[in-house]
Design a protein around this ligand. Structure first.
Ligand code: AHR
Length: 498
């Protein structure tokens, strides 16, 4: 029987080349790239990380299974309490005896906030999770006093009013929260107390000044323009011009997805968040040169994820499939490629709400997007390596000349480990790739972690893990690695190099 020509064409793999040289370092990878975010929204805090009625609850009411899964993600920094929520949040409502805390109307997500989890609960949770807390203050409805007093409550030695209040609430030693944000998405109409760039810049400058006067050790993130608005460069230029002396980071938010139900268009559109990084880096440089600012200003990509299917009615409980996992892998590749300027990133969010893990009928399970996050956070440390890639390309209506292979690489000198992250975006073809190593000697064998499933729309559930990590060994041919990347897959190659 002879096979139809169309079948033979599909079955024929493509070829590609990747050149790796560990001397071609492009930046240091900050472990804060592997951060997460928990907002008072839907089932993220209540019924997610915190659920005292669950058999999974620890002595403090926090779910042990969520902590375990977050630990496996090496969650390096945890943003809290919002998001949009923070722009109406009075942190004083969330401290002191639980029974005396007010239940308040919550306007960001149109709910009632019970204030059972507040500053002390969250910061002690972060300590038990061995992660760094990252708190954006309320620059929407909040005052300058609210902002500086929150820093005092968390970070000052006792002897002053708010530090003494913390001690009275059971915590004498300051938490020393290092990372703080100057509001959340302050440009957007949906934000309580939204402002234009001038007004935000001026107000955030005063908040920044007072917060750093309370604790000069803190690091501050300025709100960059949010994903939902347009004109990133203008907003960012204006706010950085005001805040250049105080900004340690400027934030980016990006939510991507298969909005046109077109897989290749979706994959190609993943260059957009990287374009945002490049554009923001250009503005940072412009402002630093103009005002002769010596200290660095980095990017904190403090909200990103796939989000396009669900709204508030569905409590943002997005279900992810294989192509979403590939999108996340491409996004993480772009963070590694830009590790010189992006020094923090927080996937939104940790559990249930646009999240890598879900709780269904009391049981935790992992979504497809959990696995690329876990692989990057397990292995990609040290230096980002500039990989040279030759790959066939594809065109979509909007994007031209997009390479099928999306690649990043890292080299950890301490662990003498080379990591090569490859997303093969081709929907049906494998890509036979020669990876040429330019410097040092590779071990004879390495480990390949593959995320692949037959259907692009395959997803996981409480009862089945269709999309997960498959681990195998690969061997080295003199100084090259010959590896065939399956269609629509993410592969991470990890190998020792001396
Ligand atoms: O992560 C969900 C929401 O998305 C956040 O509250 C907000 O900052 C963003 O628009």
């Amino acid at each position: 029987m002879s096979l139809p020509v169309a079948y033979l064409l599909i079955a024929q793999p493509l070829n590609a080349r990747i050149k790796i040289d560990i001397e071609r370092k492009s930046g240091d990878i900050d472990s804060l790239l592997y951060g997460n975010f928990t907002e008072h929204l839907g089932r993220c805090i209540y019924g997610g990380i915190y659920d005292p009625a669950s058999p999974q609850a620890d002595a403090f009411g926090f779910r042990k299974d969520v902590m375990e899964a977050a630990t496996q993600l090496n969650t390096s920094i945890l943003r809290w309490p919002g998001g949009n929520f923070v722009s109406g949040y009075n942190w004083m409502d969330g401290i002191g005896p639980i029974t005396q805390r007010p239940k308040k109307k919550e306007l960001a997500w149109n709910t009632v906030e019970p204030n059972l989890v507040g500053t002390d609960e969250f910061l002690q949770y972060a300590e038990r999770l061995h992660t760094r807390p990252y708190i954006p203050v309320n620059l929407g409805t909040g005052s300058l006093d609210d902002a500086r007093n929150w820093v005092e409550y968390c970070n000052s030695d006792t002897g002053t009013y708010y530090a003494n209040l913390r001690a009275k609430n059971g915590r004498i030693t300051p938490y020393k929260v290092k990372y703080w944000g100057l509001g959340n998405e302050m440009d957007g109409w949906w934000q309580m107390g939204a402002k234009n760039a001038e007004d935000y810049g001026k107000y955030a400058l005063q908040a920044a000044k007072l917060m750093k006067w309370v604790d000069p050790e803190i690091k501050l993130t300025v709100c960059g323009l949010s994903f939902w608005s347009s004109g990133t460069a203008e907003w960012n230029r204006t706010v950085l011009s005001h805040l250049k002396e105080y900004a340690d980071y400027i934030s980016l938010h990006y939510y991507f997805g298969d909005r046109t139900n077109n897989y290749l268009e979706y994959m190609a559109s993943m260059k957009e968040p990287e374009n945002e990084i490049k554009q923001t880096e250009a503005v940072i440089n412009e402002v630093r040169f103009k005002y002769k600012i010596e200290k660095p200003i980095y990017i904190a990509f403090d909200e990103y994820n796939v989000w396009y299917r669900t709204g508030v009615e569905e409590k943002l409980e997005e279900k992810y499939n294989l192509q979403d996992a590939l999108a996340i892998a491409v996004f993480l590749n772009s963070l590694i490629r830009n590790a010189h300027i992006v020094k923090m990133a927080n996937i939104a969010q940790l559990v249930n709400v646009i999240a890598p893990m879900m709780i269904t009928n009391g049981q935790l399970w992992k979504q497809s997007i959990y696995y690329p996050l876990q692989l990057f956070a397990s292995h990609c440390y040290g230096s980002s390596i500039n990989a040279f890639v030759v790959s066939d390309t594809f065109n979509t209506d909007k994007y031209k000349g997009v390479p099928y292979l999306d690649v990043s690489s890292s080299y950890n000198a301490l662990a003498q480990t080379l990591v090569i992250n490859v997303v093969n975006r081709h929907p049906v073809k494998s890509i036979q790739t020669v990876i040429e190593n330019q410097y040092g000697t590779l071990d004879k064998k390495g480990v390949a972690y593959e995320i692949y499933s037959t259907g692009l729309k395959d997803e996981n559930s409480v009862s089945e893990q269709k999309v997960k990590i498959n681990e195998k060994q690969f061997t080295v041919n003199s100084k090259n690695i010959d590896y065939t990347f399956p269609p629509h897959s993410f592969t991470q190659l990890v190998i020792k190099i001396k």
